[in-house]
Design a protein around this ligand. Structure first.
Ligand SMILES: [Zn+2]
Length: 217
């Protein structure tokens, strides 16, 4: 199921009267004056993350991630979708997972990087920094500098032929750190494809390598 657009969430909604008070149909906030309730509803900004992402594929992926997160803590807490939605981490996890999907970043590796390498210790700090492009870039630099932690091998097994044949796909894969610069050197065929890249692409590659080196991660 697709995400619910903001317009759809408010479409056809009207404030409801109950015991002489006026209630917002979206967030259930109570008003004494009908006019105040209507003004509030008109702003269309009282929906929650679950209103937008509830029962979508994003929420399912976020729930899987949340379950793994809890399992790794080893405290025996087994969340259900209901308890996940009530969790104080719900919004953070959903937004983090949506961001990782948009940036094509592995959720688990990114989390480990922020936790174990950068040193953020609280879930909320990890989840919100994980959405910050500054840390997405730092993570990619880290992958380039540490080929052993990346999924380069699996990625190469899956897409090797395309990487060698399509310069566009190759440079984009390196830019996203789907394949680590440090790992390329171990694969002669891939290294040759990189050396044969047109000049414009080679310059993009130089930028990536320079940024990775200067990042210090
Ligand atoms: Zn409301």
């Amino acid at each position: 199921m697709n995400i619910h657009s903001i317009d759809t969430l408010y479409e056809g909604k009207r404030v409801e009267e109950r015991d002489g008070q006026w209630i917002c149909p979206v967030c259930s906030k109570v008003y004494k004056q009908k006019k105040s309730a209507e003004n509030h509803l008109r702003k269309q900004n009282c929906h929650s993350v679950v209103d937008v992402f509830g029962d979508t594929e994003y929420e399912q992926k976020a729930f899987m991630f949340f379950k793994n997160l809890q399992a790794n803590k080893g405290k025996g807490y087994r969340p259900t979708i209901k308890s996940f939605r009530k969790s104080r981490l719900y919004k953070g996890v959903v937004m983090y997972v949506v961001s990782c999907i948009a940036n094509d970043v592995d959720q688990g590796l990114m989390y480990s990087f922020l936790n174990e390498i950068v040193g953020f210790s609280h879930d909320n700090a990890i989840l919100s920094n994980g959405q910050d492009m500054k840390w997405v870039k730092a993570y990619r630099s880290f992958v380039h500098n540490h080929p052993e932690i990346s999924d380069s091998k699996e990625y190469y097994e899956q897409y090797g032929d395309v990487l060698i044949e399509e310069p566009d796909f190759l440079i984009q894969s390196i830019e996203k750190a789907k394949i680590s610069a440090g790992w390329i050197e171990k694969k002669p065929k891939l290294l040759r494809a990189v050396e044969d890249l047109p000049i414009g692409y080679r310059m993009r590659l130089m930028d990536i390598l320079k940024e990775a080196e200067e990042s210090g991660w």
